[in-house]
Design a protein around this ligand. Sequence first.
Ligand SMILES: NC(=O)c1ccc[n+]([C@@H]2O[C@H](COP(=O)([O-])OP(=O)(O)OC[C@H]3O[C@@H](n4cnc5c(N)ncnc54)[C@H](O)[C@@H]3O)[C@@H](O)[C@H]2O)c1
Length: 258
Amino acid sequence: MARFDDTVAIVTGGVSGIGAAVTRRLVDEGARVFVADINADAVAAASDTFGPNVAGLRTDVTNEAEMTALFDGALERFGRVDSVYNVAGGSKPGRIVDTDLATWDFNIRLNLYGAFLGTKLGAAHFLAEKKPGSIVNVASLNSLVPMHFGAGYAAAKAGVVMLTENAALELADQGIRVNAVSPGLVATPLTGGLMSMPGVTEAYMERIPTGRAAEPEEIAAVALFLGSTDASYINGENIVVDGAWQTSGYPDLRPFLG
Ligand SMILES: NC(=O)c1ccc[n+]([C@@H]2O[C@H](COP(=O)([O-])OP(=O)(O)OC[C@H]3O[C@@H](n4cnc5c(N)ncnc54)[C@H](O)[C@@H]3O)[C@@H](O)[C@H]2O)c1
């Protein structure tokens, strides 16, 4: 028996970076996966990319009607939902004094509304079915450690962690677990642009004691642990996966982005 045999997972952001690694590993361990992403082409190609046990729907995670349609689509296609991985996220950087409300909204909506809607709809489904379920929210080391040009993103990710704790408080007695994983630096398309700027990788590596970025699979491994019955007594937790970066803090990005 594989760990996720006979189970169905929803993975937002499930076609790129960390989300793609979560999708791939879930399938490898027996699950069927319904992916949600704003990238319509990648969602349409999901069965070709990940195999016949993966389907999906182009979804904007900030839109409640689209997220509701996502859950309906997963149930129609695979007949059940056992876990939800809220991975979609991203950032528009900027100094606080330069940040207009549209930019602030972008960061809060994508990272915090997305996790909220996935948590709300996942929990509502598990409660309606009167069955246990697991929700994993991908936050960030920035939920705990600030970063120059990152106020909106960091505030949203801190919100994701408190949402996670609050959801566990509300739902634990009904057999629903809600946990978070907070990556440090991960080699994905999200960080590729920043890391290719001259000097930025060196500045990061001065601060990351492990001396390298994580691979997406190293974050997926922890997300799947939290989503699995191996973590049956872990609820409301935020696991930092950062190669000890939290011990040293972020580099000063002002010379690069200022
Ligand atoms: N890469 C890192 O260093 C790092 C570090 C900490 C946290 N994270 C978090 O990990 C998660 C995954 O990031 P990644 O590095 O794999 O990035 P990625 O850019 O590879 O993947 C993000 C995915 O989210 C999708 N997406 C963006 N906006 C969306 C929307 N409105 N609705 C639906 N989907 C949308 C994108 O199309 C993309 O497929 C994010 O929440 C990110 O904040 C990443």
